[in-house]
Ligand binder design. Structure first.
Ligand code: SF4
Length: 378
């Protein structure tokens, strides 16, 4: 068998400039610390500007974590609580609706809903949350339940994924977030979350969602036990599903925060790792339109820099983020629209408010409506 020649920066640059797909070995090469970060970033920026021009997208959103009680014990998680731990909570219907009311009054277009897998809550409780929010605030897009939660609902109901997703769609589900992917490779997954949905299950759930017309996101939790080849493997598995379905909207690289987790002996990934991971993701995921710099986890300065290393989306103003603040994130719990636009302009990009499904938002104060879809390849 003839082996492909070893990648070089020049061979990778030629491919990127020609719009050709990068290989597994190219991905590994780009992760090497002796390959200058700025060179990798410049290539990622080329793709970023080809796909999204000068624009950086954001939305006005809020988070809802209905419970932190969870049957699982992922080693990287600072959010979960045992059933009888004083830290554990379950939100009432009134609290959930109050959060919806606050979101609407603040002009939010989206509520991001994820939480723990409560030992005693039945599937109907999770469905009920979607139903009451959708009935009360029909314009608020509900981006809810990771693939890990959908897999839990399979256990609770004994029903197939398709049934669960159709039932949630009937209740008012708008799209799915990309959490729970962590690192797909079993060498790492078995050390950090061996009990929950494996890579095949995560991918199958997103495939089914895409077949039903539900858009979803994808994530990768990096900066803990994984090696570069685990990261490349993860990204290429996502690329393969995107080739098949085209149902992913945005990829979000998630920086690990060790505080208050079982992996608290590890150092938090550096800004250089954050920027390299963003850039490699942009370069390998050639069939994803958007790469997000999640400012909550990256910190504001690194998120701004990431807008020149492949990222074109800053997530949103974000109210009530708990999961990463429990793990020691030092970022503010919310940014105003003025702050987020200033950060984007300061980074030399043009802010565009989007809705969850990437339409431009026409807004007057808290009143808004979805406008034109944002075209890929502007
Ligand atoms: S990451 Fe999710 S599934 Fe794992 S322990 Fe935390 S809340 Fe539970």
């Amino acid at each position: 068998m003839i082996r492909a020649p070893e990648p070089t920066l020049e061979s990778i640059r030629d491919k990127v400039e020609a719009g050709q797909r990068l290989s597994f070995d190219d991905g590994l090469y780009l992760y090497r610390p002796d390959v200058h970060l700025n060179e990798v970033g410049a290539l990622a920026n080329l793709v970023r500007e080809r796909k999204n021009g000068p624009f950086t997208y954001y939305n006005i959103n809020t988070h809802l974590n209905p419970t932190n009680v969870c049957v699982y014990r992922c080693t990287f998680c600072a959010f979960r609580s045992d059933l009888r731990d004083p830290k554990g909570y379950v939100m009432s219907d009134a609290q959930i609706l109050e959060r919806g009311q606050e979101a609407v009054e603040n002009g939010c277009t989206e509520m991001h809903i994820v939480g723990g897998l409560h030992h005693q809550k039945k599937y109907d409780w999770y469905r009920h949350i979607i139903q009451i929010l959708h009935d009360a605030y029909p314009a608020l897009h509900l981006k809810a339940w990771t693939a890990v939660e959908i897999n839990w609902f399979e256990h609770l109901t004994g029903k197939p994924v398709r049934w669960i997703l159709e039932d949630m769609l009937a209740a008012g589900l708008g799209s799915m977030p990309g959490g729970g992917a962590e690192i797909f490779h079993p060498e790492i997954r078995d050390q950090i979350c061996e009990h929950k949905a494996d890579a095949g299950k995560w991918i199958d759930i997103h495939r089914t969602a895409h077949q039903l017309g539900l858009k979803t996101n994808a994530t990768m939790l990096y900066g803990h036990l994984e090696k570069p080849y685990h990261g490349v493997d993860h990204l290429l598995r996502l690329r393969e599903l995107q080739d098949e379905t085209g149902g992913f909207q945005t990829f979000i690289p998630l920086a690990f925060h060790p505080e208050h987790t079982k992996l608290d002996y590890l150092a938090k990934p550096s800004s250089l790792t954050d920027l390299r991971t963003t850039a490699v993701s942009r370069l390998l995921l050639d069939n994803f339109t958007h790469i997000k710099a999640y400012w909550i986890m990256l910190g504001i300065g690194t998120a701004q820099a990431a807008l020149h290393y492949g990222a074109d989306d800053l997530d949103g103003t974000v109210r009530h983020e708990l999961i990463y603040h429990d793990a020691g994130a030092q970022t503010p719990e919310c940014l105003s629209v003025e702050q987020i636009c200033r950060l984007i302009r300061e980074a030399g990009r043009e802010p565009v408010e989007r809705d969850t499904l990437y339409h431009r938002v026409d807004r007057e104060g808290a009143q808004w409506r979805s406008g034109e879809p944002i075209a890929a390849g502007v």
